[in-house]
Design a protein. Sequence first.
Length: 51
Amino acid sequence: MTADTAAPTASAPGSLTRTGGPQEDSAWLEHVLGWTLVVVVAMFVTQVGWF
């Protein structure tokens, strides 16, 4: 393999940082889903009677 054939397969450093998660502009959605999870867990703990 020569240097000419290896160059196209190399990826840019910034392209490896994305993990497939939510887009950067959906922070409000993450907050809503996070607080919904907190409320659901709190209701579950209350019903089970762990605390």
